[in-house]
Write a protein of this length. Structure first.
Length: 150
């Protein structure tokens, strides 16, 4: 699959999140449980969702620091596992993956190769935003890597 890479300048975005340290095979079940929990938390507190759900990955040698969340508009009162966090602002290298989530590593690889080839540096943990739900036959997922400012 060929990926078109773009650089977008984003504003920092407040978010409601749940985080965990997980093995690769634990990630799907974690996300499946975390998104409804965060959504319910936001509904109970009348906090508006300001964008698609996302998962951010801190990649370790054997485990991942995974953060599932929703961008929010307004003040968030943390409770239980749901905490206040944010997605970073600044330049972000992005691409859109269409299709099975199992194909996402190819999109991540394409963006990191583009960053290297264009003399840029990664500024933090990447994330993916789910533009369509898993019930869609060919869901779109936006892959984002924050970049060091020039």
């Amino acid at each position: 699959m060929t990926y078109d890479i773009a650089v977008e300048t984003l504003s920092a975005q407040p978010a409601a999140v749940i985080s965990a340290r997980l093995g690769r095979d634990e990630i799907p079940a974690f996300l499946t449980g975390a998104f409804p929990e965060i959504f319910g938390h936001l509904q109970q507190r009348d906090v508006s969702i300001a964008g698609p759900p996302f998962a951010r990955y801190g990649i370790g040698e054997h485990e991942f620091d995974v953060t599932a969340g929703f961008p929010v508009a307004g003040e968030l009162q943390p409770s239980g596992r749901v905490k206040a966090d944010s997605l970073p602002g600044g330049d972000v290298a992005t691409t859109i993956h269409t299709g099975s989530y199992e194909g996402l590593p190819g999109a991540f690889h394409a963006v990191t190769e583009w960053i290297r080839a264009n003399g840029r540096e990664i500024a933090g943990d990447p994330w993916e935003s789910y533009l369509d739900g898993p019930e869609v036959a060919e869901p779109r997922t936006k892959v984002c890597f924050p970049l060091v400012a020039r």
